[in-house]
Design a protein. Structure first.
Length: 386
């Protein structure tokens, strides 16, 4: 990994890299009146890659965005919170497509250059007219300092804004990567409700950007869980404005490695912030599985532990019940694992940050998954959510 001295954490979120503007405001979608509509806009066509939920039921905006992202470049990403625009039939698709057309009209670009996504309550019609009415002010307020407004506008049950930006040197040029995310419940991405947006000014090819995002997602957003529930709206995108002036990254090598490590750092930072902000969470858990046959097996075992309601409630009660960890591993039916060759260790359970380590005798592969405890407040929050 990049040494800390080679990477500088800075302010600005998604607008920290060159070539990006953003804004967020209240369009009246949320009854609370809190910000609920945000947009990121690049100065020119940005090379773009994305990952989407593996759920067979995808929200209308994801259907539209998955179509638009195929050409590998975008100008804008529009997000609304307070309504998922999912299970909304043909009207939902019409409103999702229409939202891209509204933004495209105001920016004088093609609708296919706009990605759109939504987060919030499932099964209710999107208040489309509110997006139409708010669009002029949303675009008028675009700013190179608007990353924070965008990050607030995408929140639902989140208690904290989740954003970060870093600077690295690639060759003699300064390259910046910024990002923000939302999510605190319905988190088991497998690509939660989880949305992530990353921007960079790095000059990089579409294929290498796709490769980097896929790898970083596995180490970050696909390695967290709050409640084991996959969302219909999960989506993570990365846009590259190409304005940093570095030699374009078109293959594996030192420059790609530096870029990737910084991207992974940003994604893991955001993923951890989602877990820490888990609905009703009081503890942050790191599940380390070592000695597995391969990484996929290690991650599967770690996820089984992390998603165990019994392990999570034990953490809430500061009860280091190792039997619950063993039961979670055993539930997978891996024949070569038994009570005689598996070692379970805990860090102190009375701390806010807990590490559970499982050592296996099967091989040299390992994986880490992040999760949180399951508290009374999680039940209350989700019992009242509609």
């Amino acid at each position: 990994m990049i040494w800390q001295s080679q990477m500088k954490i800075i302010k600005g979120g998604v607008t920290a890299p060159k070539g990006f503007l953003a804004n967020g405001l209240s369009a009246g979608i949320k009854r609370s009146g809190k910000p609920d509509l945000g947009v990121i806009v690049s100065d020119g066509p940005a090379v773009t890659a994305g990952v989407f939920t593996k759920s067979s039921i995808k929200a209308a905006p994801l259907v539209v965005s998955m179509k638009h992202i195929k050409k590998g470049r975008t100008h804008a990403v529009l997000v609304n919170s307070g309504n998922a625009n999912c299970y909304t039939g043909q009207s939902g698709l019409k409103h999702a497509q229409g939202s891209t057309e509204i933004i495209a009209k105001h920016l004088r670009i093609s609708p296919s250059d706009v990605l759109v996504t939504s987060t919030g309550i499932i099964g209710k019609p999107l208040p489309y007219n509110k997006i139409i009415n708010a669009a002029p002010m949303l675009i008028k307020g675009l700013s190179p300092n608007g990353g924070g407004k965008f990050a607030r506008a995408i929140m639902t049950t989140d208690l904290k804004v989740k954003e970060i930006a870093v600077e690295i040197m690639i060759g003699a040029k300064k390259v910046t990567i910024g990002g923000c995310a939302k999510g605190s419940g319905m988190i088991e991405p497998n690509m939660a409700t989880m949305l992530g947006f990353v921007t960079t000014d790095a000059a990089i090819s579409h294929q290498m950007l796709k490769n980097a995002l896929k790898q970083a997602t596995e180490k970050s957003f696909n390695s967290i869980t709050v409640d084991g529930c996959m969302s219909t709206n999960d989506m993570v995108t990365v846009q590259a404005s190409q304005l940093a002036g570095n030699k374009k990254i078109v293959s594996e090598g030192t420059d790609f490695k530096k870029f990737y490590q910084a991207l992974e750092f940003v994604c893991i930072n955001l993923a951890k912030k989602i877990v820490i902000d888990g609905e009703g969470a009081t503890k942050f858990l790191t599940i380390d599985v070592k000695g597995a046959t391969n990484e996929a097996q290690a991650r599967k075992i770690a996820k089984s532990i992390a998603n165990s309601a019994l392990v999570k409630t034990a953490a809430f009660g500061s009860n280091p019940n190792w039997g619950r960890v063993g039961a979670a591993v055993g539930s997978l039916g891996i024949k070569k694992i038994n009570e005689n060759n598996m070692k379970i260790t805990f860090s102190p359970f009375n701390k806010k940050e807990i590490t559970i380590t499982v050592q296996l005798p099967l091989g040299r592969a390992s994986a880490t998954v992040y999760t949180c405890d399951l508290s009374y407040d999680y039940v209350r929050i989700n019992g009242e959510y509609n």
